[in-house]
Every structure is written in C-alpha cells, then in structure tokens.
Ligand binder design. Structure first.
Ligand code: FPP
Length: 253
C-alpha cells in the first residue's frame, strides 16, 4: 500500500516533531513605528508594511498546521494614540478585511475578531463582521484579530456576564469555576495559547489574552513587525519545540 504523504510540519520543519508544533499561537505585533522612523518615514507607513507580514505569517502558520493564530491588532489602550493614526489604522483594518476575503476563502481560513468590536467605527465593524460571516463555515485555521481588545477588559466583561447570570438564576454563585468564566469570554471556543511571539524586543505581555496565555511559552524577537516573515515564525516554533512544558507539574522520567 502506498505510504500516506508526510503531514505538512514534517516537510516544512523536518527537525520538529509534529507533536511539538503549537496548536495555538498569539502574536504581539510590535515595532511598526520604529521600522518607519528608521527610514525617516511617518509611523503609519509601518502599519501598512505590517500587512505583508500578516499575510506571510498567516499563510505559513496555516501550512504548518497551526489551528489558531491570534494577532494583537488594536488594544483598548491604542485609542490614546494621535487621532490621525487611529483613523488610519481603522481604515487599514477595514481594507484588510475586504482585500483578504479571496485569500481567506482559498485557504479555508476561518476569520474571527476578538474584542469590543461594537465600539469600532461603523465601516470597519461592518467589513469585519461580513468577513467573519463569509468564512464562518470554513474548516481551516482560525485567524483571529484582537481588536479594541484588552485582557483585563475581557475578564471583567466575563465577570459582569457571570453576575448577570447569577442574578437571573441561570447559574448558582457557588458553582462558578474556571470553566464558567471561560464560557463567557469573547470567544468561548478559543483554545489556550501555546506560544506567544512578541516582536521588537519588548519583554511585556501588554494586556494580551491574559486568561488564555496562562501556560503559554513566550518568544521575544528583536525583528520589527514589518520585517517579520515565515522564517521568523519557524524560528519561534523551533524555540517552542525545544522547551520543556510542565504546566506546574514535574518533568517526566
Ligand atoms: C505596533 O506597532 C503595531 C500595532 C499598533 C498593531 C497594528 C498592526 C498592524 C496595523 C499591522 C497590520 C495588521 C493588520 C491585521 C491589518 P507600534 O506602532 O506600536 O510600533 P512602535 O512600538 O515601534 O511605535
């Protein structure tokens, strides 16, 4: 009988065992402004350049067999940036949601957002919602954009929902546990993140997925986001594969 073809990871990263490929990766995309300033350009050019990094990284992650890729695109704190930059980012996100639809469809990607999307400008919100709707029945990698997102806000919003449910008698306060809170997060289907990658050297978590990254491995690279490409993702996955994950237990053997 003919041998089944090797799964993707073996072909792309032959030195990494398939079982060591992270199922879920979160990326804190940082350094767009610094990248642009290096050329004496205005900061927003770094955001535009960052789109190519998103495309290459998402494609590579899907080929590697990553199940979920979550990108931190706009935090609840980012509204403090100059109005012009915020407006630029909102337009870029709107355009991204529309321009990528064909590519998302071609690759069977499920496109999702995470955060307080209702507070985004109407045009951005509707473009994102439509892309989510169009890709909802696909069965490939979940590409999730964290937008108007804050880890503390997400947990506080889930706590508020728990309180509402308790007052309405839908849940008994004594039975509230981790699972009950997790069911009320923005995307209850989201799995725990195995690997967090942060670009541009900063050793911070910056309010990204606080609940879901509890046991994540963190890899920080000095590459600025607009320079980030698939080989940097591969390097992070290799680093992840070399780590001993213990989840609070002891190393086996
Ligand atoms: C950080 O760079 C990056 C962001 C504010 C996130 C936005 C990312 C993009 C627009 C890339 C394209 C992504 C999508 C999904 C369309 P920074 O401005 O904080 O850089 P700095 O720390 O060098 O100032």
């Amino acid at each position: 009988m003919a041998k089944a073809p090797a799964p993707f990871p073996q072909r792309i990263l032959p030195d990494v065992r398939a079982s060591k490929i992270p199922a879920s990766i979160g990326i804190i995309m940082d350094g767009n402004g610094r990248w642009a300033r290096r050329f004496g350009w205005e900061r927003v050019r770094g955001h535009t350049a960052g789109i190519d990094s998103v495309r290459d990284t998402a494609r590579a992650a899907a080929e590697l067999g990553i199940k979920e890729l979550t990108l931190y695109a706009f935090s609840v704190e980012n509204w403090k940036r100059p109005r012009r930059e915020v407006t630029y980012l909102m337009e870029l996100l709107r355009k991204f949601a529309i321009d990528e639809r064909a590519e998302i469809e071609k690759n069977g990607i499920v496109f999702r957002t995470l955060g307080r999307i209702d507070e985004l400008p109407e045009k951005t919100k509707s473009a994102l919602r439509e892309s989510e709707r169009l890709s909802a029945d696909n069965d490939g990698m979940v590409l999730r954009l964290a937008l108007n997102y804050g880890g503390r806000t997400e947990i506080a919003d889930a706590a508020k929902q728990l309180a509402r449910d308790a007052v309405a008698g839908r849940i008994d306060a004594e039975s509230i546990d981790e699972a009950a809170l997790a069911e009320r997060l923005y995307d209850p289907s989201m799995r725990d993140v195995d690997l967090v990658v942060r670009t541009a050297s900063e050793m911070r978590v910056s309010n990204f997925l606080l609940w879901q990254i509890s046991y994540a491995e963190i890899v920080v690279t000095d590459v600025l986001w607009p320079d980030f490409r698939r080989e940097h993702l591969y390097a992070a996955v290799r680093e992840f594969a070399s780590r001993e994950r213990r989840f609070g237990g002891l190393v086996k053997g």
